[in-house]
Design a protein around this ligand. Structure first.
Ligand SMILES: Nc1ncnc2c1ncn2[C@@H]1O[C@H](COP(=O)(O)OP(=O)(O)OP(=O)(O)O)[C@@H](O)[C@H]1O
Length: 318
């Protein structure tokens, strides 16, 4: 388990991470989501001990990453945004070197490197110089380095950035494969990417936590006061008259629709579903509705709302 408590990182007067709190439990794939500059890399660099925090702490299985780095780092493998690969080394040579640095036991090093190379499908290029590999293959070498020692948690910073669509699919498959035996945390600024692979989403904006939950719960949490859109053949004035008899309506906006059709977007109080009342009000007046539609908030809407409007602080249920 990883606990991030009251984390603050300042670069001069700029606060990149602003009192961040969250918990990573075993066995999930977590997505750290936020627009560019939200503080994802900074957070991951602190969580893995690459960077010191200005305030707060990160505990990995109870060990403070700064006070007990050896013990804490044992449980974490990290693929930074720019993996520290040695371009002049061959793939296997580099991984043997990385295994030594990670203190993988000498007598099991070769077997472990071989196993991981097969797992991330780089065994066939083990004798190639890293500088001659494609970006996708280099990313796999970085991933192999993160998996060395089979740490409990694997942290991946923007693992698919700069890859072509085929490579992206392959890396995602690898991540899913890794997640069978490891807790995985990956960062991205692309919601579709997080949605595709993660079962938990942590959204940060301007260094602050704005939401943390499962995708389903996030959608549910923001459901309830979506606007209802109706279409009628009545004039806007008559539509307004009928709607004025319904309580709980906050605002009605009239949009231009097809000729002869009035389109109204009805906003309501939170947790109010006025669809039946609207239907009955029109029926009582012997007027018909051509359509009625309640817009569902998608994760995209939620992400944009939370990250563009400054968001609202939310403790989440992690
Ligand atoms: N070494 C540094 N010195 C000064 N400012 C920095 C430094 N590193 C990051 N920042 C600033 O801190 C903020 C957070 O950066 P960070 O790289 O953590 O964000 P991010 O969410 O990972 O973004 P991206 O997706 O673009 O990598 C940004 O405003 C960035 O400009």
């Amino acid at each position: 388990m990883i606990e991030v408590k009251g984390l603050v990182k300042k670069y001069g007067s700029h606060t990149a991470v602003d009192h961040l709190n969250f918990r990573i439990e075993k066995g999930h794939i977590y997505g750290l989501l936020g627009p560019n500059g939200a503080g994802k890399s900074t957070t991951m660099n602190i969580m893995t001990g690459y960077l010191g925090a200005t305030e707060g702490e990160v505990l990995i299985d109870g060990h403070d990453i700064l006070k007990e780095p050896e013990l804490a780092k044992k449980s974490v493998g990290y693929l930074p945004e720019m993996p520290p690969l040695y371009m002049e080394m061959k793939v296997e040579e580099y991984l043997m070197f990385a295994a030594e640095l990670k203190k993988v036991a000498r007598n099991s090093r070769k077997a472990e490197v071989k196993k991981i190379m097969k797992m991330v499908k780089i065994y066939d290029v083990r004798e190639r110089l890293i500088k001659n590999l494609s970006k996708g293959y280099r990313q796999r070498v970085g991933l192999a380095q993160a998996v060395l020692g089979f740490p409990e948690t694997i942290i991946l910073d923007e693992p698919t950035v700069g890859l072509d669509p085929k490579q992206i699919i392959e890396i995602r498959e690898l991540i899913r494969e890794l997640a069978k035996d490891h807790t995985v945390i990956l960062s991205s600024h692309i919601l579709a990417e997080i949605r595709e692979v993660c079962d938990y989403i942590i959204i940060i904006s301007q260094g602050k936590l704005v939401a943390s939950d499962t995708p389903e719960n996030l959608e549910r949490q923001f459901a309830g006061n979506e606007p209802v859109e109706i279409e009628t053949r009545l004039l806007p004035e008559r539509t307004e008259e009928i709607l004025s008899g319904i309580s709980g309506i906050q605002k009605v906006t009239y949009l231009s629709g097809d000729p002869g059709i009035t389109k109204a977007v009805i906003e309501t109080d939170e947790d109010t579903d006025i669809r039946e009342e609207v239907f009955q009000a029109f029926a009582r007046e012997d007027c018909s509705l051509i359509s009625m539609y309640k817009k569902q908030h998608t994760l995209e809407d939620i992400f944009l709302r939370l990250t563009q409007e400054g968001g609202r602080p939310h403790a989440g249920n992690l």
